[in-house]
Write a protein of this length. Structure first.
Length: 500
């Protein structure tokens, strides 16, 4: 910490003593807030004077002129100008700093420049800010307020999200839009008769995806447990139990790398529908994406923010989305007749040429997946369903009708990112056991992302699993796509980061 900052911090602490000498408590218990900043324009209307309001928020601007001061108070709805006179609000007002949380009461009026303002007759300090927030400067350019950030470092903004939110209303608006999108997703699923459920985060076995898990230990039971990598196997158990349509929006965890599209803790929507197949689920996903995009667009429009994200071009989201077959697309990219006929050595060589790292630890399915990501997935721009994956890449999907070497699986990609993954779910317990055992062999051979044999899930299947379609949608990536956001940490309030 620099000497200058130490001085600033100490100066703010010194003001506490000055406030207490004036009989002002620096940290209040509460305040009877009756209005918010955004209401003030409507309450005043076209009149020169208006009703009394009672507001609370943070001091975000302060311009003192002798015994009078103009300030701005900011709250979750916006900001409003304050007019203060020292002989009315008292000496304590001159011990205030930018960032202090205050409550004010007074009538509304319009200044000579036309700005709606609160003539403060009563002021309470609610929380003294002991550390200066990195407020930027504002200027009006061609009638538009332009904000110059003083907190531009992306990594620090992610680490100190509280400060980022406090000084950047557009970031608050972004996360408000994310919340509205999630609510719209829930409304969409509920409207189709799906039941929202909760399944275990701590699991004795992990499964439902190819990923390396986080491992913990339960002391009372003296047993290892895993943070779930997917919700899939428990949701399918519920369909077996008689819930024909279920969904869950929750956090999953994968002990893998961090990059622009990956965070170890992320939010997933998974939903399963009895008696449906993957063609039905494609239609569900198309409609879901449009509902989510509408919610985000409306939420951003309500705050005056715009986005140039491609998802808001009506032509982009008109269904049906394009289809692309997995096998021909990758085979064509590699200029071979059938990528599944390539030897492990040939796959490894092709992956090396593609710049894939850690080749020694990659299984055959993972090599094919990496090649697909490099040659095909990364080049998909408009929303596209990639369909009919090889069986060895899809241990939980049913064989494709007419070609058992493939599976009835699709993934939705847009702007080079995976947005959804879906299957005609495998409901043959004998076939499922064989695939689990194949995964177990990969795990024993060193594949950290392979799962083992889940005997309880197989027992559930043996009671009779209805045919069903299942979908997983990455909420973080979906929101990134809908807002044109480049890095996943910018759509997660508190992303995982290295210690400072």
């Amino acid at each position: 910490m620099s000497d200058e900052l130490n001085y600033v911090l100490q100066a703010r602490r010194d003001k506490i003593a000055a406030l207490e000498a004036l009989g002002v408590a620096p940290f209040a218990y509460g305040f009877d807030r009756r209005n918010v900043a955004a209401e003030c324009v409507g309450l005043l209307g076209e009149a020169g004077e208006g009703p009394e309001v009672q507001l609370a928020g943070r001091v975000v601007a302060w311009r003192a002129h002798g015994k009078t001061t103009f300030a701005h108070l900011g709250d979750a709805s916006g900001r409003v100008q304050l007019y203060l006179k020292k002989d009315v609000v008292g000496e304590a007002s001159y011990e205030l700093d930018l960032g202090d949380v205050i409550g004010v009461r007074g009538p509304l009026f319009r200044t000579r420049t036309g700005e709606v303002t609160v003539k403060v007759e009563h002021l309470e300090l609610l929380a003294k800010s002991l550390r200066p927030l990195p407020f930027g400067k504002e200027e009006v350019v061609d009638g538009v307020v332009v904000r110059h950030s003083a907190f531009a470092d992306g990594e620090q903004r992610s680490r100190q999200r509280y400060a980022d939110l406090a000084v950047h209303p557009e970031v608050r608006a972004l996360f408000t839009a994310r919340s509205r999108m999630t609510a719209a997703v829930r409304g969409f699923m509920d409207g189709l008769g799906y039941l929202e459920v909760e399944t275990p985060v701590l699991q004795p076995l992990y499964g439902g995806a190819a990923a390396k898990p986080f491992i913990t230990h339960h002391n009372a039971l003296d047993m290892p447990l895993y943070l779930r990598i997917a919700d899939e196997l428990y949701l399918k158990r519920l369909v077996i139990g008689g819930f024909d349509r279920v969904y869950e929006i929750g956090h999953d965890f994968r002990n893998e790398g961090i990059d622009r599209t990956h965070n170890p803790e992320f939010t997933m929507l998974e939903f399963y529908e009895a008696y449906a197949d993957y063609t039905v689920m494609m239609a569900r996903v198309e409609a879901l994406l449009i509902a989510a995009a509408t919610a985000v667009r409306d939420a951003l429009a309500a705050t005056g923010l715009a986005t140039d994200a491609p998802a808001f071009d009506p032509a982009v989201l008109q269904g049906p989305f394009a289809r692309m077959e997995w096998l021909p697309s990758l085979s064509s990219a590699l200029r071979v007749a059938d990528v599944t006929a390539m030897t492990d050595t040939e796959l490894r060589t092709a992956a090396e040429h593609a710049g894939v790292h850690g080749l020694a630890n990659l299984s055959r399915p993972k090599l094919m997946d990496e090649l697909f990501q490099h040659h095909v997935e990364s080049k998909i721009d408009r929303p596209t369903f990639v369909v009919d994956y090889p069986k060895e890449l899809s241990p939980l999907a049913k064989p494709k009708r007419g070609n058992p070497a493939l599976t009835e699986r699709f993934e939705l990609f847009a702007k080079g990112r995976e947005l959804a993954n879906a299957f005609s779910e495998l409901n043959d317990p004998i076939d499922q056991r064989q695939r689990f055992e194949a995964q177990a062999r990969l795990k024993a051979a060193g594949d950290e992302e392979a799962s083992g044999v889940d005997e309880d899930y197989l027992r559930a299947m043996e009671y009779g699993m209805p045919p069903m379609g299942g979908v997983g949608v990455g909420i973080d990536r979906l929101f990134m796509y809908l807002t044109g956001t480049a890095h996943i940490r910018d759509v997660i309030l508190f992303p995982t980061m290295r210690p400072e």
